[in-house]
Write a protein of this length. Structure first.
Length: 254
């Protein structure tokens, strides 16, 4: 009578079939997982943008202060560069915008941000920053808006950016030189070279970056490679900076 047990050859065939199925299915599963994180991130950013909008609506059109190094507390408190994640989360809870976003700390961090703090490399818990022109830091080539009415065409002006500051926390507000077409702070591209932006009318969308020069500069900041703040793009790599300069929320350019 023939045994019902598998022979060695049969087992090897089964293993080979499983391996082939895994090779076929894994890319699809990874794409589905990445898509889910993108949807989650856009949803988080929309919540933050709506919270930002509701704050000004309740305070007579005054924009929430966005320079986290100033006192008193701004839209979020100043995040300690080398503090624990519990301390970093507490800085978010102290912020002025926290009651307007459902008292949720987790929406301030991109779900695809895989960075974790180490002894040699502190990282930010908060992924998102408000741009300097939306009542953040004063800067060289723009006048910042302090009231919502000063932001023209709000549906086209972003106020929230995923940032990849290398100093252990997202310092101040996110900055660039929009008039002079020069980058200052890096952006985070946790979604396959894409970044989520929150706009002044409360919507959010994802930007896919085009310029290799700009992409490589940001990847260095994201993954802890030697990095220098500030980047002037070459003449043949202007697509991304043109987009961000045009959409930069502020009162006016100097």
């Amino acid at each position: 009578m023939r045994s019902k047990a598998f022979t060695l050859i049969e087992l090897l065939v089964v293993i080979a079939i499983i391996a082939i199925l895994m090779a076929v299915l894994m890319p699809s599963l990874n794409l589905a997982r990445d898509h889910a994180k993108r949807v989650h991130c856009v949803s988080n950013t929309k919540t933050l943008a709506l919270g930002w909008y509701m704050y000004q609506d309740e305070f007579g059109g005054r924009l929430v202060p966005a320079h986290t190094l100033n006192s008193p507390i701004q839209w979020v408190g100043q995040e300690p560069a080398t503090g624990t994640w519990d301390q970093k989360k507490d800085s978010i809870r102290r912020g002025l915008i926290f009651p307007y976003v459902g008292h949720s700390v987790e929406i301030f961090r991109c779900p695809a941000d895989k960075r974790r703090p180490t002894a040699s490399r502190p990282v930010a818990f908060r992924t998102f920053s408000i741009v300097g022109g939306a009542n953040g830091e004063d800067w060289g080539d723009y006048n910042k808006a302090t009231r919502y009415s000063e932001i023209k065409t709000p549906a086209m002006k972003y106020v929230l950016v995923e940032e990849a500051d290398t100093r252990g926390y997202n310092m101040g507000s996110w900055q660039m030189y929009p008039r002079n077409r020069t980058w200052t702070d890096p952006v985070a591209m946790w979604h396959n070279k894409r970044t989520t932006l929150g706009f002044a009318d409360g919507h959010a969308e994802m930007r896919e970056w085009k310029d290799r020069y700009f992409i490589e500069w940001n990847l260095k900041a994201m993954y802890g490679e030697p990095f220098t703040f500030g980047l002037t793009p070459p003449s043949d790599a202007q697509t991304d900076i043109d987009y961000m300069a045009k959409g930069f929320a502020c009162k006016s350019f100097k």
